[in-house]
Write a protein that binds this ligand. Structure first.
Ligand SMILES: Cc1ncc(COP(=O)(O)O)c(C=O)c1O
Length: 456
C-alpha cells in the first residue's frame, strides 16, 4: 500500500515555544486589539497563520550562509551570490535588491507609471494596488470569471482573462498601459496558480502591443509545482525548469523574498530594460541603499540566494502543497465553505458563505477571524471588505501557512478549531468600523462588534 502520511521533509534542530491562553484572556486581548488581529501581541497567539510572509524557518544551509555574509557597502560578494541565484532561475538581465516586495513595487511603478495610466493584473495584491494608485494610476483586476467564484473548482483559477485584456488595450490604447502584471500564485484570488498556457497567451498579447509583461513572483515555486501537477506536458519537468520557462515570457518581475525566497526579509526587482534599470537604481539609492545591497544586509542576500533554490526542491514542494490541501480538504468535507481548490500557501475561508447573516458592509471576514482567535488562539487575516473597501469581490479569511514552521499535528489542531467555529457560526456578529487610515486601512483599523453598538 502506498504511504499517505504527510511528513515534514526535515528534522527540527531548534524549537520555539508557543503559549496557551485562556478564552477569557483572549476575550480581553481581542477587545484591547480593537478586534483587529494585526494589533495583537504575537506572544498571545498560539498558531500564527496571519501570513506566510517572512515567517518561515530557515535551513541549516541558510544559517551557514548568514555567517558567510559580506557586509561591504559596495561590490560585496554576497550580492554576486544573490544575483547569480536569481539569474539562474529568473533569467532577467538586471537584478536590483530591495528590502521587501513593496519597495520593488514602489520603485517599478514610480519609474514606469504616471497619473491616468492603467495597470492590469490577474489580481493586484493590496500593496501592489496601493503602490499603483499612489502614482495616480488605476489598478485593474482581470482574473478569469472562474477566479471570482470561490466554490468553483478549476485547476488554474489565477489565470488572466486574455479576451478582457485585449478589450482593455483596444479601449484605452497601448500608451496608457505601461505594463501588464501576472501574480503567481494569485494571492488575493485564493493562492491560485496561473498556467503556462495562460502565461504564453498573455505574453503573446503583450508582445503584439509592445507592452512589457511583469511577474509579481512572490510564490513562483508553488506556481511551478502546480503546473507540474496539473498542466499536461509538464509531468516530468522539474519545478526549476518550469519556473525558468515561465520567466522567459516576462520582461521583469517584482519579488518579495519573504515568501518563496524562504527568508525573513528581502526582495528584488528585475528587468531586461537597461534604461529602466538605471532609473530604478537611481531611485533605489535615494530611498533603499546602494545597488549591491538595496536595503538589506549582506547576510540577508545570502539567505535569499540559498532560499530561492531550496523553494524549488521537489520534496519540499510536495510536502507543502499536500499539507495545505489536507487542511482545506478536511474542513471542506465537513461543509466549511472554502475557496476551491485549496491554494498553495494558504486556505481561504469564504466568509460570505460561512456567515450569510452578516452583510459585507459588516465585515464578515473580520468577524470570522476574530472568532477563530477566540476559539483556539489562531490568527488569520481578512482579505475582503476591510482590506479592499468597495473593490472587494469576496470576503475571505486567509489561513496562511508559514514555510517549514508548523507540523501536521498543528494542522490537525487548526482543523478542529475551525470545525468548532463552524458548528456555532449562527452566534457570530457583524462588525462596525471605529477608525480607519487613508491607505491600507486593514493594518491599523479599529472595530467593534455590532451587537455592542446595538446594545448601546
Ligand atoms: C502577491 C504579493 N505581492 C506583493 C507582496 C508584498 O510583499 P512585501 O510584504 O514583502 O512587501 C505580497 C505580500 O504578501 C504578496 O503576497
Amino acid at each position: 500500500m502506498p504511504v499517505t502520511t504527510i511528513i515534514e521533509p526535515f528534522r527540527i534542530k531548534s524549537v520555539e515555544p508557543i503559549r496557551w491562553t485562556t478564552r477569557q484572556e483572549r476575550e480581553e486581548l481581542l477587545k484591547a486589539a480593537f478586534y483587529n488581529l494585526f494589533l495583537l501581541p504575537a506572544d498571545d497567539v498560539l498558531i500564527d497563520l496571519l501570513t506566510d510572509s517572512g515567517t518561515g524557518a530557515m535551513s541549516t544551509h541558510q544559517w551557514a550562509g548568514i555567517m558567510e555574509g559580506d557586509e561591504s557597502y559596495a561590490g560585496g560578494r554576497s550580492f554576486d551570490h544573490f544575483r547569480d541565484s536569481i539569474q539562474d532561475i529568473f533569467g532577467f538581465k538586471y537584478v536590483i535588491p530591495t528590502h521587501q516586495g513593496r519597495a520593488a513595487e514602489r520603485i517599478l511603478f514610480g519609474v514606469a507609471c504616471k497619473k491616468g495610466d492603467v495597470v492590469p493584473n490577474n489580481t493586484h495584491f493590496d500593496t501592489t494596488r496601493a503602490n499603483v494608485e499612489f502614482v495616480g494610476a488605476e489598478a485593474l483586476d482581470l482574473v478569469i470569471p472562474e477566479g471570482r467564484q470561490p466554490s468553483l473548482k478549476h485547476p488554474f483559477k489565477g489565470n488572466m482573462d486574455v479576451a478582457a485584456l485585449e478589450t482593455l488595450i483596444a479601449k484605452m490604447g497601448r500608451e496608457r498601459i505601461p505594463l501588464v502584471m501576472l501574480t503567481v500564485t494569485n494571492n488575493s484570488g485564493g493562492g491560485q496558480p496561473v498556467s503556462m498556457e495562460n502565461v504564453r497567451a498573455v505574453h503573446a498579447v503583450c508582445r503584439r502591443h509592445n507592452i512589457p509583461l511583469y511577474f509579481d513572483a512572490c510564490r513562483f515555486a508553488e506556481n511551478a509545482y502546480f503546473i507540474k501537477l496539473r498542466e499536461k506536458g509538464y509531468e516530468s519537468t522539474t519545478p526549476k525548469q518550469i519556473a525558468q520557462e515561465m520567466f522567459r515570457y516576462g520582461d521583469g518581475c517584482t519579488m518579495s523574498a519573504k515568501k518563496d525566497g524562504m527568508a525573513n526579509i528581502g526582495g528584488f526587482l528585475c528587468t531586461n530594460d537597461e534604461a529602466l534599470a538605471q532609473r530604478e537604481k537611481d531611485l533605489l539609492i535615494l530611498t533603499e541603499g546602494y545597488p549591491t545591497y538595496g536595503g538589506l544586509a549582506g547576510r540577508d542576500l545570502e539567505a535569499v540566494a540559498i532560499g530561492l533554490q531550496e523553494a524549488l526542491h521537489e520534496d519540499y514542494l510536495r510536502y507543502r502543497i499536500t499539507s495545505t490541501a489536507y487542511l482545506g480538504n478536511h474542513i471542506a468535507s465537513q461543509g466549511v465553505p472554502i475557496v476551491q481548490p485549496p491554494g498553495g500557501h494558504a486556505v481561504y475561508l469564504d466568509a460570505r458563505a460561512f456567515l450569510p447573516h452578516i452583510p459585507s458592509e459588516q465585515f464578515p471576514g473580520v468577524a470570522l477571524a476574530a472568532e477563530l482567535y477566540l476559539e483556539g488562539g489562531i490568527r488569520s487575516v481578512e482579505i475582503g471588505t476591510l482590506m479592499f473597501g468597495a473593490a472587494a469581490k469576496m470576503d475571505l479569511v486567509r489561513l496562511a501557512i508559514p514555510r517549514r514552521v508548523y507540523t501536521q499535528s498543528h494542522i490537525d489542531y487548526v482543523v478542529e478549531v475551525i470545525l468548532e467555529v463552524w458548528k456555532n457560526r449562527d452566534r457570530i456578529q457583524g462588525m462596525r468600523l471605529k477608525h480607519e487610515a487613508p491607505f491600507l486601512r486593514h493594518f491599523t483599523a479599529q472595530l467593534e462588534p455590532l451587537e455592542r453598538v446595538l446594545a448601546g
